[in-house]
Ligand binder design. Structure first.
Ligand SMILES: Nc1ncnc2c1ncn2[C@@H]1O[C@H](COP(=O)(O)OP(=O)(O)OP(=O)(O)O)[C@@H](O)[C@H]1O
Ligand SMILES: [Mg+2]
Length: 293
C-alpha cells in the first residue's frame, strides 16, 4: 500500500515532530489509548498509518509483523473481517528499527462511533448484531479482540475490524505471542516491569472472554457519549453472554477502566515533561491529546 520512499518521508516527519514537540505537520486521523494514527499523504490521506515503538533490533520488528499477520488470519478464520493491513518496518534517524501498521483510510461516517451517533438505539441494529456475533464468535482462550466501538467500521452493509496493532493471540501453552516489552516501552522505565507483570496480563486476559469483551464494549459507550445505546447493547450482549450483564455493572466497570487508562496517559505526559524540560532530550513517543472520559 505504501512504498519505501513515502514511508521514509513519513518517518522523517514523525522524527521532526518528536524533536520539535510540534505535531502540526502531521495529519492526525485518530487517537487510541496507545498510539496516534497518522494520515498519508498529509494533504489528502488515503492511508492510515500507526507508528510502532522503536524495536530492539530488526528481527524483533519482523517477529512483531509476523504476529500481526497471524492474528489477522486467525480473526478472519473466526469470522472477523479485518481491514486490509500491512506492517512495514523502517529505519529511524538514530539508526534503529521502527515500523508502521498501514491500512486504507475509512471515511469518518463509517467509523463505529459515528454510525451509532447517527442511528436510533435498537438491539436489532445490524451493526450491534454483527459486532456482538463477531465478538462472541472470535473470543477464545487463544484469541481475543478489543470490541470497543472505535475499533469497528460499517462499510457497504458489512462490519469490519481495524485495531490489530495490539494482537491478542496466545499460543496453545497459554503464552501471549505479543512482545510485552514493546507495548510498555512508552512508559517510564520504573513502571515497565510492574505494568508488564501485574497490570497488562489482567487487562489483556479480558479480551479473550466474550462476556468481558462485550462488557467492555458497553462501558466504552459511556466514553463515546452514547449512554442512550447502553440498554440496547445490553440486550444484544445478554442474548449471547451469561451471566447477564447489568447496567450498574457497566457503570462500575467503566469507572475503573477509565481510571486505569487515565493514569497510564498522565504518567506518560509527566515523563514527557521530565524528558524535555529536565533531561533536555526529545520524548520519543507521540501521545494522544486530551481525552474526555
Ligand atoms: N483505517 C482507518 N481509517 C480511518 N480512521 C482510522 C483507521 N484506523 C484507525 N483510525 C482511527 O484511529 C483510532 C485509533 O486507531 P486504533 O484503534 O487502530 O489504534 P489504538 O486504539 O491506539 O490501538 P491500540 O489498541 O494499539 O491502542 C480509531 O479508533 C479510528 O478513529
Ligand atoms: Mg483502538
Amino acid at each position: 500500500m505504501i512504498d519505501p520512499s513515502d514511508l521514509a518521508r513519513l518517518e522523517a516527519a514523525v522524527e521532526r515532530a518528536l524533536v520539535s514537540g510540534d505535531e502540526c505537520e502531521l495529519t492526525i486521523l485518530g487517537y487510541g489509548e496507545v498510539s496516534l494514527v497518522i494520515g498519508w499523504p498529509f494533504d489528502a490521506p488515503v492511508l492510515a498509518c500507526k507508528r510502532l515503538p522503536v524495536f530492539a533490533d530488526a528481527a524483533s520488528c519482523s517477529r512483531y509483523a509476523a504476529v500481526v499477520d497471524d492474528y489477522v488470519r486467525a480473526l478472519h478464520e473466526h469470522g472477523v473481517d479485518v481491514l486490509e493491513t500491512e506492517v512495514h518496518s523502517c529505519r529511524t534517524a538514530g539508526g534503529g528499527t521502527t515500523g508502521f501498521v498501514v491500512q486504507p483510510v475509512v471515511p469518518s461516517e463509517m467509523l463505529g462511533p459515528n454510525v451509532l451517533h447517527a442511528a436510533t438505539p435498537d438491539p436489532q441494529h445490524p451493526f450491534l448484531v454483527a459486532m456482538s456475533d463477531a465478538t462472541t464468535g472470535a473470543c477464545s482462550p487463544t484469541l481475543g479482540l478489543d470490541a470497543q466501538l472505535s475499533n469497528w467500521v460499517w462499510r457497504d452493509g458489512r462490519l469490519r475490524y481495524l485495531d490489530v496493532s495490539t494482537p491478542f493471540a496466545w499460543g496453545d501453552d497459554g503464552t501471549l505471542l505479543l512482545d510485552l516489552p514493546v507495548l510498555v516501552q512508552s512508559l517510564p522505565w520504573v513502571m515497565r516491569t510492574p505494568v508488564r507483570r501485574f497490570v497488562l496480563p489482567n487487562v489483556i486476559a479480558r479480551y479473550r472472554e466474550p462476556r468481558a469483551a462485550l462488557l467492555d464494549f458497553c462501558g466504552n459507550l459511556l466514553k463515546e457519549r452514547l449512554d442512550a445505546w447502553v440498554p440496547a447493547a445490553l440486550v444484544a450482549a445478554n442474548e449471547r453472554a451469561a451471566p447477564a450483564i447489568t447496567e450498574s455493572e457497566v457503570h462500575k466497570y467503566y469507572a475503573s477502566d477509565a481510571r486505569l487508562w487515565d493514569v497510564m496517559l498522565k504518567v506518560r505526559r509527566l515523563d514527557r515533561i521530565w524528558q524535555r524540560k529536565v533531561r533536555r532530550r526529545p520524548y520519543r513517543f507521540l501521545l494522544p491529546g486530551p481525552i474526555t472520559r
